[in-house]
Write a protein of this length. Structure first.
Length: 359
């Protein structure tokens, strides 16, 4: 099947991260520093991406500020003509460093928020003093005039803080807030029982977001990723597999989505030895779930198959053991009853202990 050119690229510069969030969606086995791509390989990848049609570059991790060459990478991406977005916890960003990033042409910062007060934020991030440093960094970003988005991941322990998170976005001068109910990929699966929101929390979150969207029209944009286990309809993950964007992992593997390595039979190629254009158009991993020929019933004959593309392939793998199955969170999946039973057990779970991740 022919594919359009990609619009966005996520460059996972490193898996190193000072935080140890229990919902981390990075792979369970992380890439070591010695295996990370060099500055020159990243810069070449940015040029290839721009030639391929990519417009937006998201610099992510782990914590991208852990890379000492971050300013050089931003400057190189801008020289290639890419819009640059830094996705960061802010740990490792000094005022001087932010000024250098601004001078290098950084277009936008997306700052993660683990909670709206030091107790919650530092407990979830597993990093004492992290909240205070984030708030300081947010003020520097605002003073420099760099457009800011707050990115908050919500779950059973902090969903009650959603209204305050929206207020904070306004106070910090953010133009956008991304409200994402925790998705269970990678490390996060180990903490599902402790983090699964209740049905009531999931419904309340939808109402709070809808009300805020109306009230704050023209002042703040709210992006919302609802709790998909509760919704009965699967999400159009990645905007469609191999249709909108691509990821490059810290070691150079080019992935259709950040969790694609959880699908065992896919063959991935590396930016170290294969041109990005060839990987995007002809790579076996990118073509595995393009179009609809790979779909099974009930997706194959479903009216919505070109709207949700059968949901998330990685979630189908994790929950059904088959990446080409209907995403089991869909009410039409034969596995949905079992998922709903598991959801009911998880949301009532008394399990509170969190398994923090470390590199
Ligand atoms: Fe990989 Fe959804 S997370 S397709």
């Amino acid at each position: 099947m022919s594919a359009p050119p990609p619009i966005a690229m996520l460059a996972e510069l490193t898996h190193r991260c000072p935080l140890s969030c229990p919902y981390c969606s990075n792979p369970v086995a992380l890439t070591q520093k010695s295996q990370e791509l060099t500055t020159d390989v990243w810069l070449d990848a940015f040029h290839q991406a721009a030639e391929l049609g990519v417009l937006q570059l998201h610099l992510s991790g782990g914590e991208p500020a852990a890379r000492r060459d971050l300013t050089e990478l931003v400057a190189g991406a801008r020289a290639a003509g890419l819009y640059t977005n830094l996705i960061t916890s802010a740990i490792g960003l000094t005022e001087q460093r932010l000024r250098a990033l601004d001078d290098a042409g950084l277009d936008h910062v997306q700052l993660s928020l683990q909670g709206t007060d030091p107790q919650m934020a530092d407990m979830i991030g597993g990093y004492d003093g992290g909240f205070k440093r984030k708030m300081q960094a947010a003020r520097w970003i605002s003073d420099l005039g760099i457009p800011l988005t707050l990115n908050t991941v919500l779950h059973r322990k902090n969903l009650h803080q959603l209204p305050r998170a929206i207020e904070m976005a306004l106070e910090l001068g953010a133009r956008r807030i991304e409200v994402a109910i925790v998705q269970f990929h990678g490390w996060a699966l180990q903490n599902r029982a402790a983090l699964m929101p209740t049905k009531e929390q999931a419904e309340t979150a939808g109402r709070v977001v809808a009300e805020a969207r109306e009230r704050l029209k023209g002042r703040l944009v709210l992006d919302y990723v609802p709790a998909d286990y509760h919704s009965g309809t699967p999400k159009r993950c990645m905007g469609g597999w191999g249709m909108v964007g691509l990821n490059i992992a810290p070691d150079g593997l080019v992935l259709p989505c950040h969790a694609a390595q959880t699908i065992p039979d896919l063959q991935f190629q590396s930016i170290r030895d294969t041109p990005l254009r060839d990987i995007w158009y002809d790579g076996p991993a990118f073509n595995a779930y393009r179009g609809d020929a790979w779909m099974q019933e009930p997706c194959r004959s479903c009216d919505l198959k070109h709207r949700d593309f059968a949901g998330c392939r990685c979630q189908a793998m994790a929950l059904a053991g088959d990446a080409s199955a209907t995403d089991p969170v869909c009410h039409k999946s034969p596995l949905n009853a079992a998922i709903q039973a598991r959801l009911a057990a998880d949301e009532q779970a008394v399990e509170n202990a969190l398994v923090y991740r470390k590199l």
